[in-house]
Ligand binder design. Structure first.
Ligand code: IPD
Ligand code: CA
Ligand code: CA
Length: 280
């Protein structure tokens, strides 16, 4: 699909501009946030910087594309039910911007320099532009549907490992103590002896960008939201990788339990996750 240019600005240019502006501002606020509140649980944090960055992005998008729909994390009530409902209410929109203003707020709050701005644009439910920006490294990951994915202006490609045994994986440790946490522990225990190693750096969007750029072989996490994954999923796909749910079904905006990889290990990866779930 060729990308429309409206008012002289392409969708991708606006997405990049928003991510860069928000990211630069977020970086100036590192160690300086003034308000910290809990959302859904003691592990679910939000600061005035998350909210300010989302407002900045929403305003910029609205200036260029006033008719487009917008789904941002800070505009949605906390918790999985509210997230699912919010997505359902907008997912059929012609153009939908899906934004996580800071992915990795816990890291941001602690000064651990691994967080990102994640911005995706979906056309009738399918992601056509994905941008993930890491302000600490000034790394901008950009993908356009059908046109590849780039970091620092260079085309990205997923890594070449062909077995789990050679793979460097990442996961996210979920907060939900009833379902997601115990399952993630089972998965970790099952996968750790089968792979080269496992990381958990605390930004799902950046983990996805690292799969796209070949720095990680794969990533999985239980209980993510559309704004954590939409941009990263396009980055991985446009870099030649595979993104599915944990059953191996293709990624769509409603996927919450994700497995992303270089594609070459995907079958083995999803199989291992399923066996862990089954207690095997
Ligand atoms: C979180 C980060 C984290 C992941 C959590 C997400 P937030 O997003 O992506 O790595 O483990 O599941 O909720 O709350 O910092 O935007
Ligand atoms: Ca997030
Ligand atoms: Ca966030």
């Amino acid at each position: 699909m060729s990308e429309p240019i409206i008012g002289g600005k392409s969708f991708t240019a606006v997405a990049i501009n928003c991510a860069a502006k928000a990211g630069e501002w977020i970086k100036t606020k590192l160690g300086n946030h003034t308000s910290l509140s809990l959302k859904y649980s003691a592990q679910d944090l939000v600061t005035e910087v998350d909210k300010g960055a989302e407002t900045m992005i929403r305003n910029l998008v609205g200036t260029h594309f006033p008719d487009h729909s917008f789904l941002g994390e800070e505009g949605v009530q906390p918790g999985p039910e509210a997230s699912t409902k919010a997505l359902q209410s907008v997912q059929d929109a012609e153009y939908l911007w899906i934004v996580d203003p800071i992915d990795g707020t816990t890291n941001f709050v602690h000064g651990f320099p691994f967080f990102s701005v994640s911005i995706a644009l979906a056309y009738r439910g399918e992601v056509i532009v994905g941008v993930v920006y890491d302000p600490m490294r000034d790394e901008l990951f950009v993908a356009e549907k059908g046109k590849g994915a780039y970091v620092r202006g260079r085309r990205m490609a997923v890594s070449g490992e062909t077995t789990l045994g050679e793979s460097l994986l990442a996961t996210g440790f979920p907060a939900d103590p009833n379902y997601a946490q115990p399952l993630n522990m089972k998965q970790l225990q099952a996968l750790a002896p089968q792979v080269r190693n496992i990381r958990s750096a605390g930004s799902a969007a950046l983990h996805m960008a690292y799969v796209a750029s070949g720095r990680l072989t794969g990533f999985w996490e239980i209980g993510l939201n559309s704004w954590d994954l939409a941009a990263g999923a396009l980055l991985v796909k446009e870099s030649g990788g595979t993104v599915t749910d944990m059953q191996g079904n293709d990624y769509h905006l409603g996927v919450r339990h994700v497995a992303a990889s270089n594609g070459r290990v995907h079958g083995e990866f999803v199989n291992a996750l399923q066996q862990a779930e089954a207690g095997g």
